[in-house]
Design a protein around this ligand. Structure first.
Ligand code: NAD
Length: 292
């Protein structure tokens, strides 16, 4: 007898719907004389970063958000980079600032991120935004975990009282992911590379979010029947195709729903970046109008 196949959570479709809403809100702002603007700083020549940045800029254009791409040389000094960020902090037509990571080793990424005005930190990486998330205050949330939350919400996955397991504890994915799930009422376990007996943790999960950066590390026998599995990982395989941290083939025979790679979390991350940019723009324009 063939086993049932899990429902495929379509990140492309949901991302399109979010981008359509962003475009509508961007048009409203533009009609009021304030086109939203996102500045992207790209330092050096990391090929993958150039691709990510190109996709972000293109997505902005499609949504009616003005994008300002600044390419900066690999050997820029930290002081000069901080000066560029400060100029953008002061620019009234720039509502979001994104510094593409990784930065060259002579630059301290934390210092650069902390130099971005928290209200313009559309990646949600500034300590003020991380602290706001930690303490349940309003703020800009990191795009990948908020994309995952949007997927779970759209799929009407119950989170209150659910056992959620997050694999990965990075500042940009795992930790904020766990905080968002906890804020939604889940009981959350965060696993990392030192976790003993990972399968014992993953098999308890009603909702399993995998962001470890290890190709196809989660197999069907590590998943509780009926669980919802979200795959954050992205890897290019030797044949040129993409895969995630989850072995889709075996896990889709056990889970009730699963996000694919490609076509899952990836498109949602960009959609949430656009949404953060619109929300940051609306806040800043409201504030500006109040003080005009
Ligand atoms: P990272 O390397 O900063 O963190 C990985 C985390 O996973 C660490 O906390 C580590 O301890 C943990 N880990 C590693 N191996 C493990 C194991 N065997 N068992 C349990 N935990 C383990 O990575 P990151 O930046 O958080 O990204 C994770 C993955 O998500 C990568 O594949 C990355 O490419 C992908 N990613 C995708 C998007 C997207 O838009 N879809 C965005 C960001 C990151």
């Amino acid at each position: 007898m063939t086993q049932p196949i899990a429902r495929r959570i379509d990140g492309i479709r949901l991302a399109q719907a979010i981008r359509a809403e962003v475009a509508q809100r961007a048009a409203t702002l533009t009609a009021s004389g304030h086109q939203p603007g996102l500045a992207v700083l790209l330092v050096g020549n990391v090929a993958a970063s150039a691709v990510y940045v190109r996709n972000k800029v293109k997505a902005c254009e499609e949504a009616g958000i003005r994008s300002i791409l600044e390419r900066l040389p690999e050997d820029i000094t930290q002081a000069d980079l901080l000066q560029r960020v400060e100029a953008l902090n002061q620019a009234p037509d720039v509502h979001g600032i994104l510094v593409q990571l990784p930065l060259p080793p002579h630059i301290d990424a934390h210092t650069v991120i902390e130099s971005i005005a928290a209200a313009k930190d559309v990646d949600g990486f500034h300590v003020a935004n991380a602290g706001a998330l930690m303490t349940g205050r309003p703020g800009l949330r990191p795009c990948t975990p908020s994309g995952v939350m949007a997927m779970l919400e759209h799929e009407t996955i119950p989170l209150r009282g659910a056992e959620a397991v997050v694999i990965g504890a990075s500042n940009i994915v795992g930790k904020p992911m766990a905080l968002l799930l906890q804020a939604a009422g889940a009981t959350v376990t965060i696993c990392n590379s030192k976790t003993r007996d990972l399968s014992a943790q993953t098999r308890r999960a009603d909702v399993l979010v995998v962001a470890a950066g290890k190709p196809k590390m989660i197999h069907g026998d590590m998943v509780k029947p009926g669980a919802v599995v979200i795959d954050v990982g992205i890897h290019r395989q030797t044949d040129g195709t993409l895969c995630g941290d989850v072995d889709y083939e075996s896990v889709s025979r056990v889970a009730s729903a699963i996000s694919p790679v490609p076509g899952g979390v990836g498109p949602m991350t960009i959609a949430m970046l656009l949404m953060n940019t619109i929300e940051a723009s609306e806040q800043q324009i409201k504030h500006e109008n109040r003080h005009a």
